[in-house]
Design a protein around this ligand. Structure first.
Ligand code: BV8
Ligand code: ZN
Length: 255
């Protein structure tokens, strides 16, 4: 990395460490980028997950109704990929930060790969669901099924109706309670770390203005610190932007 880039990075990290030092409560919003260095493909990069599959076909209720076999093929492939990956130093750094702030630390993730839990994070709000869980289209039972291949049309062991991944698809509401907890954490946060997300998906991305107090009475606006490789929709709202791979930049906060 050039001297200038190095200096800019170190300055941003010093400012981020300073903001964190003064913070009584911290919230984090992560996206696919924090799992990229573990080998989990992101969504909107050139080799993104959506390549070869239109969102409508694999990540909407209509797509599932139309061709549940295709949707299960897509999700079984992602479950197979996640079986082979491990948390990276970015996930582990967030575990350390949680240990420092205890119950004043809330990790909100858009990721469904379970890597934050695998790394040891305790309080993880999975606002888009989880690859590990299935939900029955009949009796609505939600079960943790691990990552085994469930075949292309798995049936509910209780009522034999078709199972679906317990994932929030587009045009679906986020899980009751989980989303409210995420909004509360962002509202209460003195610092919101936004790591590895393009910040284009809503309502997840609205945690950023909520943390800043843009739309509600928040005594002191929260400080938003972005960790990404490049500029995103979050960058213009961030107080500090730390550009670099999160597997290298997040651990610097724990030094
Ligand atoms: C809903 C599950 C209503 C699938 C996903 C305004 C308000 C509310 C809704 C909307 C709105 N505007 C539009 C909408 C509709 C829609 C939406 O947001 N559309 C977008 C595309 C415009 N939202 C919805 O439909 C939501 N539901 O609104 O319901 C409702 C309400 C009540 C009752 C009924 C209905 C549901 C959204 C959830 C969709 N499901 N996932 C699955 O995972 O299989 S979203 C999907 O995108 C993933 O969850 C993913 O996590 C998420 C966001 O993507 P990112 O994580 O950011 O990944 P991406 O590839 O985009 O970016 C990666 C970033 O990492 C990049 O910036 C890259 O630079 C960076 N990076 C890469 N490597 C590294 C790195 N950074 C650091 N280090 C690295 N090494
Ligand atoms: Zn059932």
């Amino acid at each position: 990395m050039s001297d200038t880039a190095d200096r800019v990075l170190n300055e941003a990290l010093d400012r981020a460490a300073g903001a964190l030092k003064a913070a009584k409560s911290v919230a984090v919003l992560t996206g696919a980028g924090v799992s990229a260095e573990s080998g989990v493909p992101t969504f909107r990069a050139s080799d993104g997950l959506w390549e070869g599959h239109r969102i409508e076909d694999v990540a909407t209720p209509t797509g599932f109704r139309k061709d549940p076999g295709l949707v299960w093929k897509f999700y079984n492939a992602r479950r197979a990929n996640v079986r082979t990956v491990r948390p990276n130093p970015g996930h582990l750094a967030l575990v350390k930060l949680e240990q420092r702030w205890g119950d004043k630390f809330t990790l909100v993730t858009q990721n469904v790969d379970g890597l934050h839990r695998f790394a040891g994070s305790k309080k993880v709000l999975e606002i888009h669901g989880s690859l590990y869980r299935t939900r029955c289209t009949g009796c609505k039972k939600i079960e943790d099924r691990g990552l085994l291949d469930l075949g292309d049309l798995p049936a509910c062991p209780t009522c034999t109706a078709m199972l679906r991944p317990d994932i929030v698809w587009f045009h679906e509401a986020l899980p009751e309670g989980v989303w409210e907890a995420a909004m509360f954490a962002a509202h209460e946060a003195d610092v919101l770390l936004v790591a590895g997300t393009s910040a284009v998906v809503y309502p997840a991305a609205s945690l950023i203005p909520i943390a800043k107090g843009d739309r509600s009475l928040k005594p002191v606006p929260g400080t938003v610190i972005e960790f990404n490789l490049t500029q995103t929709e979050a960058s213009s709202q961030a107080d500090i932007c730390v550009f670099g791979p999160s597997g290298q930049t997040l651990p610097r906060l724990c030094e």
